[in-house]
Design a protein around this ligand. Structure first.
Ligand SMILES: [Zn+2]
Length: 315
């Protein structure tokens, strides 16, 4: 048995994990006002103890405890260097948890942990390599090579969402212009649809939302596209083209066995992956002479981070 902890902006999810997945879980809220990182870590430790107790286990009986956390982490020292989502800076989380549990521990970025989770028992089960792209508020990424997380050798590597796909394109939060994240995130998809719907009131997308632009979300855009709405199809087509460029670039660099898409947009499953695969196949280096990985959607969803975290220690 292993323990996985996935820290997010709203909640911390804790699970007891075996090869086939999560066998028992706890959730605690993160958003208490004025809570210091140290108070939250105490709560996490208490919740881990409670979960173990409920399952009649001790920490000593487990093979490892792993933490997945958004932002930049220093895995070697077990420190969360900077996380905007949870407002942490230089928090030595593993050192603090080691005062409570005498067990093998490890720390990783949450997208990296989710990618590992998919390799353990999700969409990339049985594979040695995979790249996970999460298409949500932003575009996150995790790279697995030889069943291990690869995040570069210096801190801040493998930021797949920040590869430029359009020179002098849209301004990104990272300071550059034209990053993949500005075109392939769910936010980017919605923004573009809202922008065009405002200018074109005689569309299905406009009718479906009663003209309330804030009601246009990813699901409605794809729904309107499937129903044949020209504007929604234009938005989806541009989105798929931009995302394909990013995926083909990733394939050309890593050539993993599989590309997994997670995050809100991945709910479109085969509708999304079939169209992407067709486009990406034509863009990859080597054409038919190169091996092209399949593009699939995440199997584990929000559980991937917990499962990956659990398998960080002692891998
Ligand atoms: Zn960027």
């Amino acid at each position: 048995m292993r323990i996985g902890v996935d820290i997010g902006g709203m909640s911390v999810k804790i699970g007891l994990v075996e090869r086939q997945g999560i066998v028992s879980r706890e959730v605690i809220k993160t958003d208490s006002d004025g809570q210091t990182p140290y108070e939250l870590i105490e709560k996490i430790a208490d919740a881990v103890e409670l979960l173990l107790h409920k399952n009649m286990l001790t920490a000593g009986a487990c093979d490892g405890l792993g933490i997945a956390c958004p932002g930049t982490v220093d895995a070697e020292s077990g420190t969360v260097t900077y996380s905007n989502n949870i407002g942490w800076e230089n928090v030595p989380i593993l050192g603090l948890l080691q005062q409570r549990f005498n067990i093998l521990m490890a720390l990783a970025n949450d997208a990296d942990a989710a990618a590992l989770g998919e390799v353990i028992c999700g969409a990339a089960k049985g594979k040695n390599s995979a790249v996970l792209l999460t298409l949500g508020t932003g575009v996150g990424g995790g790279v697995i090579l030889n069943k291990k997380i690869f995040s570069g050798f210096l801190r801040g590597g493998c930021e797949l969402g920040h590869m430029v796909i359009e020179r002098n394109g849209k301004e990104c939060t990272c300071g550059r212009k034209g990053c993949l994240e500005m075109y392939a995130s769910a936010t980017a998809l919605m923004n573009r649809a809202r922008e065009l719907t405002e200018k074109n009131p005689n569309t299905l997308l406009h009718k479906m939302t009663g003209g309330i632009l804030s009601d246009i979300d990813g699901k409605i855009i794809f729904e309107a596209a499937k129903k044949g709405d020209a504007l929604a199809n234009e938005v989806v087509d541009r989105y798929l083209e931009d995302l394909s460029i990013g995926i083909a670039n990733i394939i050309n660099i890593f050539r993993p066995e599989i590309i997994i898409l997670g995050g809100g947009v991945s709910a479109q499953k085969k509708y999304l992956t079939d169209q992407l695969q067709k486009r990406v196949d034509k863009m990859c280096f080597g054409g038919v002479h190169g091996e092209i990985p399949s593009i699939v959607t995440s199997v584990l969803g929000n559980d991937a981070g917990i499962i990956g975290a659990a398998y960080l220690a002692g891998m």
